[in-house]
Design a binder for this molecule. Structure first.
Ligand code: ATP
Ligand code: RIB
Length: 288
């Protein structure tokens, strides 16, 4: 079983503030961090640290080779990561006293994923393999459709919500938070999402994350819910990515829904007690 994560790689510039800056306002930051991030990279780090066999594909600029080196050091296969003539993607992140964040992402090299490059990568995978996608690279809809045609299991995390071009008909598992669920299913209530799944012709499975209230797994006829682990959050950036990587590593490894959700909740809880995104993803030993 091979897992391909086709996703973004970013440099995160994180500003810790008392109160988020808003229109017309300038605020002082009392701490700054430059970290490794990008939803794709974070999820690959979590998959690798959880022990999964993950191949990362995506693009960086000449200025971003440290991201590839970091990902390799975490245990992901980065042989499909390619160089772009565009600069590496980056994110400007404000984190407030409660650990909540507000993010602006510049796509850069992440938006240079052509259909040709995507097809060349997908040629190395086959029926029975898995592909994990977020919405921070170009041509996500194309990759999902091609992977689906090949018989790969397609996982989609519709984050951020801007300009989604993926058809849910090409997706097997959606992993999303409350805001994304409201935008896609019209509700973040598990019962409503279940009704949506029952009504649709798809065999869609949904993982709905509810922040400090926990998470649930919804598929035709059943909802499994787990609470979050109580911790004092300092920076929630990457909590969803840590959850996704750990959940998929467990679930694809045959661990069952409840156990997979619980392990993912533990890993995500540890991650919110630390600053940064990829660097805050715990090791398997810490989670155990
Ligand atoms: P982000 O965009 O910040 O990475 P998200 O919005 O995609 O996160 P959330 O639903 O906020 O995803 O969080 C994902 C999971 O992380 C939750 O289901 C929960 O298990 C864990 N988590 C998030 N926030 C907290 C918290 N404050 N305390 C404990 N666990 C948390
Ligand atoms: O999910 C967190 C990530 O979102 C950050 O690492 C940032 O790069 C943005 O992509």
């Amino acid at each position: 079983m091979k897992i391909l994560n086709f996703g973004s790689l970013n440099i995160d510039m994180t500003y810790f503030v008392d109160e988020m800056a808003s229109a017309g306002k300038t605020v002082a930051s009392f701490e700054f961090g430059r970290n490794f991030g990008g939803k794709g990279l974070n999820q690959s780090v979590a998959l690798a640290r959880a022990g999964a066999n993950v191949f990362h594909a995506g693009k960086i600029g000449q200025d971003g080779t440290e991201l590839r080196d970091f990902l390799t050091s975490c245990g992901a296969d980065t042989s499909f990561v390619a160089l772009s003539s565009l600069p590496t993607g980056n994110a400007v992140i404000q984190v407030d006293k409660s650990g909540e964040n507000c993010i602006v992402v510049y796509g850069g090299a992440n938006r240079d994923i052509s259909k040709e490059y995507a097809s060349a990568v997908l040629n190395n995978f086959e029926e029975g393999d898995f592909v994990v996608l977020q919405n921070e690279i170009s041509n996500v809809g194309f990759i999902a459709a091609e992977a689906h045609k090949k018989g790969m299991t397609v996982v989609f995390n519709p984050s951020p919500l801007d300009g989604i071009d993926v058809s849910l008909d090409d997706v097997d598992i959606v992993i999303l938070n409350e805001t994304e669920s409201c935008a896609i299913f019209g509700s973040d209530n598990a019962a409503d999402v279940e009704k949506y799944i029952e009504k649709s012709a798809q065999t869609l499975r949904v993982v709905l994350t509810l922040g400090s209230r926990g998470a649930c797994f919804i598929e035709k006829g059943s909802v499994t819910t787990v609470p979050a682990v109580k911790v004092d959050a300092v920076d929630t950036t990457g909590a969803g990515d840590t959850f996704t990587g750990y959940f998929l590593a467990e679930y694809f490894g045959g661990k069952g829904v409840e156990r997979s959700l619980k392990t993912a909740a533990k890993a995500a809880a540890i991650s919110v007690t630390r600053k940064g995104a990829a660097e805050s993803v715990p090791s398997r030993e810490e989670v155990e």
